[in-house]
Design a protein. Structure first.
Length: 283
């Protein structure tokens, strides 16, 4: 299997290292391909998204690394773009002015379904903040909250033009601490099955993301083994990414991701090449 990672964050958003430091570390670890994917909520930004005024600098720095590592390691420039219905979209039609090589689509924010003012919070914040999100946005109705998350994921893949679906069941990140829903419940299994079917139908690539393991939030990859089973059954394509925020986590738990992919029945991963995507056998 080609050693590659398309989900890489740097100091341009909420990462700890510069793009050059990430590239140097990837090269030392034997990576053949590294994709940078700064968080964006264009045309907006939070303290963990890239400042819109810095996108040009970001692009220039990644393009310089492409030249530096030419013939050694392929470098790609992209974004992890947020989806909030009616507000921001991971869509190449919107991000076209920045000419990214690829776009990762993510659902972090799930707005309240209640009437009146409510906080806009992420499903992967600290346990304390996710508990507040459940309380203030969904009156502690965990089933309603989880279903709202997957509704957003399904709308994102149906409506937006991007390449890779990020951490498709991110909603479970704080479940280890909060135990706010049962991942073995029939209703939850139906949610991930339906989401997997719609994601596969969209033709988008699904990342097996090891970021939750790297940050000690979960012992499982995103998506779960069960969701991956349904993705494979519906002929989805996958890639493996670490969601790295530091040089130390570039290849975290890749062995776990590979094993989980094989157990689900996948035979290969996809990685970008000039003008398209290519398969690399998992074995």
């Amino acid at each position: 299997m080609i050693l590659c990672n398309l989900h890489t964050h740097t100091v341009f958003c909420d990462g700890k290292n510069t793009p050059e430091e990430m590239a140097e570390a990837a090269n030392r670890k034997g990576f053949k391909l590294l994709g940078f994917s700064s968080h964006t909520a264009y045309p907006f930004a939070s303290n963990w998204h890239i400042n819109t005024g810095k996108i040009g600098d970001y692009k220039n720095e990644i393009n310089a690394l492409k030249l530096k590592y030419k013939g050694i390691m392929d470098i790609f420039y992209g974004f992890e773009a947020d989806y909030i219905e009616g507000l921001v979209y991971p869509d190449r039609r919107i991000l076209a002015p920045f000419s990214p090589d690829f776009i990762i689509g993510s659902v972090h924010y799930v707005p309240s379904r209640k009437k009146g003012p409510a906080p806009l919070m992420t499903v992967d914040d600290t346990g304390e903040e996710v508990a507040r999100w459940l309380r203030e946005c969904f009156d502690n109705n965990e089933k309603q909250a989880v279903k709202a998350y997957f509704t957003a994921v399904k709308k994102m893949v149906r409506d937006c033009k991007f390449d890779i679906v990020a951490h498709a069941d991110l909603i479970k990140k704080r479940n280890k601490v909060l135990s706010f829903f049962d991942e073995n419940a029939d209703w939850y299994k139906k949610e991930i099955k339906k989401a997997a079917e719609i994601i596969a139908l969209s033709g988008k690539i699904v990342e097996i993301n090891t970021g939750g393991i790297a940050r000690g939030a979960t012992e499982d990859v995103y998506p779960s083994a069960e969701m991956l089973y349904h993705l494979r059954k519906n002929e989805a394509k996958i890639t493996i990414s670490s969601d790295a925020h530091s040089v130390e986590t570039l290849d975290t738990a890749f062995d776990t991701a590979k094993r989980t992919a094989l157990d689900a029945g996948f035979k290969s991963i996809l990685y970008p090449v000039s003008g398209g995507w290519k398969e690399s056998p998992l074995i």
